[in-house]
Design a protein around this ligand. Sequence first.
Ligand code: FES
Ligand SMILES: [Fe+2]
Length: 439
Amino acid sequence: MKGLAVNRQVVQLPRPDDGAAIEALVRGARVHSRVYTDPHIFELELARIFSTTWVYVGHESEVPSPGDYQTRSIGRTPVIMVRGADQGVRVLINRCRHRGAQVCETNSGNTQLFRCWYHGWVYDTAGALVSVSDKEAYGNRLDTGAMGLTPAPRVDAYRGFVFASLAPEGESLGTNLGGAAAAIDLLVDASPTGKILVDGGSYKTEYRGNWKLVGMDGYHTPFVHASVFAAKQRNPGGGMELTQHGRFSDDGASARDFGHGHAMLDYRKNALRDYAKRCADLGKVPGGPEYIEAMHKTHEDAKARLLISLAGDPHLGVFPNMQVVQNQVRITTPLAADLTRITMTAVRLGGVSDEINARRLRRHEYFYGPAGAGSPDDAEIFERVQRGMMAEVDPWIEISRGIEREMADSDGSIAAFHADEVPQRGVMRRWLKLMTQTA
Ligand code: FES
Ligand SMILES: [Fe+2]
């Protein structure tokens, strides 16, 4: 057949140590589908991304009291984030030092001890091995003082967000976050006391698609979420406050790449235009006027206006596994090349009325809840993308939108229009850097 340009070029399967073969999968702003579909690539991602860089584990407010814990994972490594009797928050590998069983099986809870299910070894909440059943049988062979639950090699936190790295050495969390830290502030500082509580309940969903598909994408909204906007148009007063930012032009919203794969859909300028409307809305909520007053007392005027207008939504993706979107902190867990789990946990602001937090939760449920109007559509489109990318002809996908209008901003980030594929390019740059690093 004439007229069809079919690219049948086969890219050789990369060997684990073959950086050149991986580089061949990314050609500027074109990416080979195999990056999303190949199980070998997925294994390399676990080794070269999730086992080396900083990975988000959880927020300190999820373990407020001694003995509180949450089980999470870093790539495939199961971990426990636990607050010890000394108030310290630790990230411990969830693996018994005897014969390797997970010592904690529940998602969350409170405990004084972790007792291994297999042979009954017991660890305290700081990870120390405090009891070995029938210990005498080991004679003097066990150095129990050195056989506590293994801590993650590096753990650090930024404003309560706990990150861990399985690599004993590497750049600091601060260096890794770079400009993304200021975006995290936009959520935390939406509380007049500078405290957030990541305890508003979680939704978990799994989709048959690659973990890198979840991203800051300002381009898809009017299409994937058309039904949400149609409903809003039919019932302007009855739905949630949803705004359709900058469809395809420069309306002040931008897509921003902070480096290190961290990216943001930046609504700061647009939101400011809605300051009066936001204040009017808050004026109708118990505690709303007090909130506005407290924010202006805490921050200088321009900052207070921005924080009130933005309502704590930085719309930020922190590579590789965290997003802070609307009123939630989201964890992306890679399970296979074509299987991903998303955990969305709603946030409450400290120092505000219950009514304000309730409104924020309702808004979150409306779009992101299991019966919500938006999130299921995102999962569906990711599965369609994954199925489409199984095609082996013309396997290159295109992420060049807006590449010619990218500009370096004063904070060192790169920005273009809101619907431009700045975040997608930023993620691929980071992906390539980590995937081609040598051990
Ligand atoms: S594996 Fe944990 S006590 Fe044996
Ligand atoms: Fe979406």
